[in-house]
Design a protein around this ligand. Structure first.
Ligand code: ADP
Ligand code: MG
Length: 476
């Protein structure tokens, strides 16, 4: 997936305002009616349509007139919203080359103002998992194909929360820096995925370290679920870092033992294949404890002392709740082996030319400084727009916003089918008006939008991630 951040530099605040309006509209619409975009954006004299044309030209939105005249965000549009928010927050200032293509992500280098290079992971659920999820459409209800926004955002939040919590508990993971929408910023790992390593000085030590990690994770109540040579990085000193956490599950998951055994097996297989190591006889080598190994030398899930829910508090502090965990577990079951080979047609979501799984396809791009908006030039309305945008994003995965819908008594399940008849029109107008009122309230600086969106996500204390972001947003 190409990410030409140059375009970002030439986008005006009106462009971002309209792009944000499309994003807002996507809470309740797969394709956002042009009229709704116009109302939310609130630009004068039909300005929205001119801007939409520009966004379309830059492939930030997609136009669909099959049922009515409407727009939806593309991945690129979503990327730009996240990148701009993070740049405005001061998290980084430039985007560099692509350093990884995961099965459901693109990873880029980004640089901070002082030149520190970090890694930016843009989640692309829909590439693989969404295919698996397709069979669970009933669960997704009215969300249909636009749930890629929701899924990617939820996956990013989960990854960020786990990375942060695991780091705090001394696990060798990248340092979690920030997260917005489907984007996670973390420290850059100086190393290579284990899959690229042909030789190790001390394969036994590395193996033991890695096995020790699987066991320690389980003791902390967790299973990685995609623990393999692609998600373990190793540096020149053979120091191990684990990455990629969106599919982690709790040891209380009904398939926990199977996932644990699968992770263990992946490592055993890889080490015996690549480094010709055989562990069959070394029953008590893995973690030094005989009671935790089975006869074939594999650690035994059942005999590990596990503390389920151990990290729940830390995870919730990042805005990732038990409910989010349950929800994402329902959607993405058990990581990489869940690919559904039968569904090759994930049309719009798998864009042409996208690289397949796990190819570390290095695309060289110059570091592009991102002077997106001159902060001094920002007018009051621009600041409000920013705040409005923060309200939308702030690590809050609930793009679907079902709760708001329920609270306001809207019937979103009404779908496109009744669009066109009088009742449908009346309902649409009512909905448009409500959307508009909310947008106006937010743009006028009333924080109801922020508060209401965060109140159910982040009931938490004053130190929770969302409240920090709110405070920061209000300072601008
Ligand atoms: P996916 O979930 O799509 O599999 P990963 O998180 O595994 O994505 O990342 C894909 C690849 O990107 C990794 O194999 C690795 O090469 C690279 N990568 C990911 N995170 C980092 C990081 N923090 N530092 C350096 N490289 C990274
Ligand atoms: Mg991976």
């Amino acid at each position: 997936m190409k990410l030409d951040v140059n375009a970002l530099r030439y986008l005006s605040k009106d462009d971002f305002r309209v792009l944000t309006a499309v994003e807002m509209g996507m809470r309740n619409h797969e394709i956002v009616p042009a009229e709704l975009v116009e109302r939310i954006a609130g630009l004068k004299h039909g300005g929205t349509y001119k801007v939409l044309k520009n966004l379309l030209k830059n492939k930030l939105v997609h136009h669909d007139s099959s049922k009515y005249d409407g727009f939806r965000l593309t991945y690129l549009g979503y990327d730009f919203l996240a990148i701009k928010t993070l740049v405005n927050r001061g998290v980084f200032a430039a985007v560099g080359r692509q350093i990884g293509v995961g099965k459901e992500s693109d990873i880029f280098e980004v640089a901070t103002e002082d030149g520190t290079v970090l890694a930016m992971k843009l989640h692309r659920l829909g590439r693989v998992s969404f295919r698996a999820v397709k069979t669970k459409r009933d669960y997704l209800l009215h969300r249909n194909s636009y749930n890629w926004l929701y899924l990617s955002r939820l996956a990013a939040l989960k990854e960020y929360a786990f990375m942060k919590a695991l780091g705090e508990h001394g696990f060798p993971v990248p340092t979690a820096v920030d997260c917005n929408r489907h984007c996670v910023i973390m420290s850059l790992v100086q190393g290579y995925p284990l899959v690229q390593v042909k030789q190790l000085q001390n394969p036994d030590d590395v193996f033991e370290t890695i096995m020790g990690l699987v066991i320690r994770l389980a003791e902390h109540g967790l299973i990685h679920c995609d623990f393999n040579e692609f998600n373990i990085m190793i540096d020149d000193d053979e120091k191990v870092t684990m990455i990629d956490f969106p599919q982690m599950v709790s040891v209380s998951h009904r398939n926990a033992k199977m996932y644990f055994d699968r992770d263990v097996e992946c490592i055993f297989k890889f080490f015996s294949r690549r480094f010709n190591l055989s562990y069959e006889e070394d029953n008590d080598e893995c973690d030094g404890s005989e009671s935790e190994t089975e006869e074939n030398g594999r650690p035994s899930f059942l005999s590990i002392q596990k503390t389920a829910g151990f990290l729940d508090k830390e995870l919730a502090a990042s805005g990732f709740t038990r409910k989010d965990q349950d929800e994402i577990e329902k959607l993405i079951e058990g990581g990489m082996d869940q690919k559904d080979p039968t569904s090759s047609e994930d049309e719009e979501l798998v864009e042409e030319g996208e690289a397949p799984d796990e190819v570390n396809d290095i695309i060289s791009v110059e570091m592009n400084a991102l002077q997106i908006i001159n902060q001094q030039e920002m007018t009051t309305s621009c600041n409000d727009g920013e705040r409005l945008e923060e309200g939308l994003s702030s690590c809050d995965p609930s793009i679907g916003c079902e709760k708001e819908t329920l609270v306001s008594g809207e019937q979103d399940g009404s779908d496109e089918s009744d669009e066109g008849d009088a009742d449908g029109d009346a309902l649409l107008v009512k909905r448009l008006n409500k959307q508009r009122k909310r947008a106006i309230a937010a743009a006028h600086g009333r924080t109801r939008l922020l508060a209401s969106r965060n109140s159910y996500k982040d009931k938490g204390g004053k130190n929770s991630h969302n409240s920090k972001i709110q405070r920061q947003a209000l300072k601008w």
